[in-house]
Design a protein around this ligand. Structure first.
Ligand SMILES: Cc1cc2nc3c(=O)[nH]c(=O)nc-3n(C[C@H](O)[C@H](O)[C@H](O)COP(=O)(O)O)c2cc1C
Length: 493
């Protein structure tokens, strides 16, 4: 009997959407071999079943246990490249997603894994930095700082030890690309961190993984053990020591200085900068702390060249951005495209428009600290400059769509309450300002507005924006202020 190989994603979101149910129903069949892969990111199509056929890879979206007979007969499938959601993308960092087994080094290598590291091993530290400089890659964790500059500072700061830390705290609502990377291709993150270690001269590294990502932490631990055994972690004659540290569920621990405190077993509170971590980070030593997606983008740049990466995107936002679309759209999922498309275009082309019966009211980009855009502002291009000019942030590329049922005062209150809960308390504008602002929003919400409440809110916001120690306090007013700006009537109750 010939066994037919069926590919189903093992990603947490795919499993939540039902892939495990299908695996359970089919796993004991003698004519079926089930291969668990990373996710393509089209979560609206899950459970998505794939199969290789003479004409190429075919997919059966939203499959049910009863669909097995027609899948085995090869009936009703669609060639993967004909699914518009996939066809319109330019996948650089997520190129292998949906194809490879996350914990298979063979699959990783067969699809180009390790090529960047091999090339980096043959280059001097300055040669590695030069490639990154050419790529014009900017950090993907939120601040968009040039990656090569940060690495250069860490490389050139003399110290007895240096560290590489991956920020896997991914706490922004509506973001999940770091989780997908860690669950789906953990070797890519490890490879990116190793290239950094080679460039700056580090022998130790940590991945600070948010507590809510248990499958990601497990995948990383397994991949690190495998990498250690295979010799992948050999770094200029010594074995690079890499560990996974699981956080305790704090949003502010995503801020780099708070994260480093937490990693040292102390309270996760923010400290003033400078000194920046690249000069004095973990245990006071030069530390490159970068986002998971940033590190995972590096192997491709080393393998294909910085010029290749810089040839995509816009003048000052080079390369691709994996956007994570969520909320009231028909097609939530991860989309990797070059910078430059407008927000509206992305929502139409990939988001598929609104779910039936819903009308778009507002879109938030950049997590709980991101500005709210009304429909009239969706012509903004997705790139760092345009967002900065608009007083907004691209953050980690999360796009959440709200419909006309949304009460904007309630939403604004929700975000300010989030900051009040998550503030580390070190600086007064954030610690006190967020509580006072939440109280004002509570009054507006309950129809008990005091005469000067909106002026008070504006005043508090100004102080938080200008005097907070980190972006938690400094950005917290933006969802509130943009909600007031674009939906003023709702704040007059
Ligand atoms: C409140 C707050 C939360 C943050 N959370 C994250 C996070 O979850 N992941 C992340 O990579 N960066 C986060 N950052 C940004 C980090 O401080 C830092 O800029 C980033 O890890 C640097 O990596 P990059 O250069 O790759 O962007 C956060 C910043 C603030 C102020």
């Amino acid at each position: 009997m010939t066994m037919i190989r069926l590919y189903l994603s093992n990603d947490t979101s795919s499993r939540a959407a039902g892939t495990d149910r299908l695996v359970k129903a089919w796993e004991n069949r003698p004519d079926v071999a089930i291969i668990r892969t990373s996710a393509r990111g089209a979560f609206f199509l899950e459970p998505l079943v794939e199969r290789d056929m003479p004409q190429g890879r075919m997919v059966w979206p939203q499959a049910k246990p009863d669909d097995l007979a027609r899948i085995l007969a090869g009936e009703g499938g669609t060639p993967v490249e004909r699914i518009p959601f996939f066809a319109g993308q330019t996948r650089a960092t997520f190129a292998n997603f949906g194809v490879t087994r996350p914990l298979s080094p063979e699959d990783y290598v067969a699809h180009g894994g390790g090529e960047g590291l091999d090339r980096a091993r043959g280059l001097s530290p300055d040669g590695i930095l030069d490639e990154l400089k050419r790529s014009q890659l900017r950090g993907r964790g939120g601040a968009a700082f040039p990656v090569w500059t940060k690495w250069k500072i860490a490389k050139e700061t003399p110290a007895d030890r240096k560290y590489v830390v991956a920020n896997a705290d991914e706490g922004d609502a509506g973001t999940y690309c770091d989780r997908m990377l860690m669950e789906g291709e953990p070797f890519r993150l490890i490879e990116g961190m190793l290239i950094c270690a080679l460039a700056i001269g580090a022998e130790r590294g940590s991945i600070y993984c948010r507590q809510e990502y248990p499958a990601a932490a497990r995948a990383l631990q397994t991949a690190i053990a495998e990498a250690e055994q295979s010799g992948m972690l050999d770094c200029r004659g010594v074995t690079f020591k890499l560990d996974v540290f699981v956080g305790a569920g704090s949003y502010v621990c995503g801020e780099e200085t708070a994260l480093l405190e937490s990693l040292q077993g102390r309270r996760g509170v923010v400290r003033a900068k400078p000194p920046y971590p690249a000069v004095a980070g973990l245990y006071g030593r030069p530390t490159v702390i970068s986002n998971v997606l940033t590190f995972a983008t590096v192997p491709g740049i080393l393998a294909k060249g910085g010029d290749w990466y810089a040839s995509m995107g816009t003048e000052r936002s080079r390369g691709t951005i994996p956007l994570q679309i969520g909320g009231r759209v028909k097609q939530p999922g991860l989309v990797e495209i070059p910078f430059g498309a407008t927000l509206g275009d992305v929502l139409d082309r990939f988001g598929g428009g609104m779910v039936p019966g819903a009308t778009l009211k507002a879109v938030q980009v950049g997590g709980p600290l991101g500005s709210l855009f009304p429909e009239s502002k969706l012509n903004i291009p997705i790139c760092y400059d345009a967002f900065t000019e608009a007083g907004a942030i691209l953050g980690h590329g999360g796009i959440v769509v709200f419909d006309d049922e949304t009460d904007m005062v309630e939403l604004a209150r929700h975000f300010m309450a989030f900051t009040a809960d998550e503030s580390c308390g070190t600086c007064t504008p954030c610690r006190i300002g967020s509580v006072r602002a939440r109280e004002v929003l509570d009054r507006i919400l309950n129809g008990r507005t005091l005469p000067d409440d909106l002026a008070l809110l504006a005043d508090l916001s100004e102080t938080m924006k200008t005097a907070s120690l980190c972006a938690l306090g400094a950005r917290a007013p933006y969802p509130v202020l943009t909600a007031i700006e674009h939906f003023p009537k709702e704040f007059k109750r």
